[in-house]
Design a protein around this ligand. Structure first.
Ligand code: ATP
Length: 409
């Protein structure tokens, strides 16, 4: 038994924790705590590293793009030229100043055609790239493109003019087959001429509305003044836009600014206007009589127009839009008073007072009469208001005439 006990004691002493073993347990805990801390630190270092790597990538990208930008800024700029004609690997180009050059086309430039825009090296003037400008977006910034709301009813008088415009513009657009059957070619466009404010623009808009066509409006003086060096290109783009938006009407107001007879002075401005005009003629010649693009031009100065624009096959239908007679004035007055609230107004009497007034001036009379009522805190317009308005507008007309006389002598 004693033997057995001592054996048990021996065994148990083998398993009993010694003071050493207790010490190493503490160290173990410390170690695992330290490992835990190190692992945490390691994790945060890995996270910081990832963040730094991300930042470094961003900085590298910034550096690269700044470098690229710097490289680009160092490159010489390229000239934009128009390709006049292509001859295998060479072409004739026209620079914006009108000078023409025969140059090489770089091998990588494919499908170059006359009329395209190309980028050329400033020194050698060789073509290095084809220029794909998104012209149709640009041209729409410079012209007014709309579906007008003015109807024939908004025009007073001008019966004969309306009949003619309907015949020449409306009928071919609505019934082209009729013209084919009869075998005649309707005019490509018309020229409305007459004093300012007589309803030329209004007529053009009304015919666009009645035919449900896109109305593209350009002002001749703007074409030559605002877009120096670009006038001819803009004319080309305007007609390309008209074809894309067909059926359409191109309305060119103040065409005299573009198509006036001129004495050749040889200045660059003069050459520019003449290039723009030539392009306009080329565009008019370039489409067919029954195409669904029509041109309506307007001018107050028929006397100074170059005959080339009114030659047969171009704007060969001249329609005069004159100041309204008494009956016309009454009708215009009716149009502009249709929504006015007035009492005891004798329109005929007012009409008689408005000799030589244009449609625009009659409209101004209505507006002024309304203002007299408002100033007198009334919600209706009286006969007196109209008479005062007529006087006011007449004084304005005299002042304008005098200013014009002083200006032109
Ligand atoms: P400009 O030669 O100065 O460009 P225009 O002949 O084109 O002038 P419009 O712009 O059509 O004249 O007319 C100006 C305004 O005058 C029109 O918006 C319209 O309100 C009025 N007006 C002119 N004529 C008439 C008319 N016959 N009937 C009704 N309103 C008219």
């Amino acid at each position: 038994m004693a033997k057995l006990n001592s054996a048990v004691n021996q065994d148990s002493s083998a398993y009993a924790p010694t003071t050493d073993a207790v010490g190493s347990g503490g160290e173990n805990n410390d170690l695992s705590e330290a490992i835990g801390r190190l692992e945490e630190e390691n994790k945060s270092i890995v996270a910081a590293l990832a963040k730094l790597e991300q930042e470094s990538n961003i900085l590298r990208e910034l550096f690269n793009s700044a470098n690229n930008e710097l490289d680009n800024l160092k490159k010489p700029s390229l000239l934009v030229a128009e390709v006049v004609s292509v001859h295998d690997d060479k072409a004739v180009i026209k620079l914006p100043n009108g000078n023409k050059f025969y140059c090489y086309i770089a091998q990588q430039v494919k499908d170059l055609r006359s009329g395209d825009a190309a980028l050329v090296d400033q020194k050698s003037l060789n073509i290095v790239e084809k220029f794909e400008a998104q012209d149709h977006f640009e041209v729409e910034k410079f012209v007014i493109v709309e579906k007008p709301r003015e109807s024939w009813d908004s025009i007073g008088g001008l019966k004969e003019v309306i009949r003619e415009v309907k015949e020449v513009i409306e009928l071919p657009l609505k019934k082209p087959a009729l013209f084919e059957r009869v075998g005649i070619k309707p005019p490509k466009g018309i020229l409305l001429h007459g004093p300012p404010g007589t309803g030329k623009t209004l007529l053009a808009k009304a015919v666009a509305k009645s035919t449900d066509t896109t109305f593209i409006e350009v002002v001749g003086s703007e074409l030559v003044q605002k877009f120096i060096g670009e006038g001819a290109k803009l004319v080309k783009d305007i007609f390309a836009l008209a074809r894309r938006k067909a059926p359409s009407i191109v309305f060119i107001d103040e065409i005299d600014a573009l198509a006036a007879k001129r004495i050749e002075t040889g200045t660059s401005g003069e050459r520019e206007v003449s290039r723009t005009f030539m392009q306009l003629l080329a565009e008019i010649d370039g489409f067919k009589h029954l195409d669904n693009v029509k041109i309506i031009a307007a001018t107050n100065r028929l006397d100074i127009l170059d005959n080339a624009i009114i030659r047969p096959g171009r704007l060969d239908r001249l329609i005069e839009v004159n100041l309204p007679d008494e009956e016309g004035r009454l009708e215009i007055l009716k149009v502009h008073t249709v929504n006015m609230n007035f009492k005891k107004v004798k329109l005929k009497e007012i009409t008689a007072q408005m000799q030589d007034f244009s449609g625009a001036e009659i409209q101004a009379v209505c507006t002024e009469a309304g203002y007299f009522a408002i100033r007198n805190e009334r919600e209706y317009v009286t006969h007196e208001d109209f008479l005062k308005a007529v006087e006011k507008v007449r004084i304005g007309m005299y002042a304008e005439d005098e200013a014009e006389e002083r200006l032109y002598g």
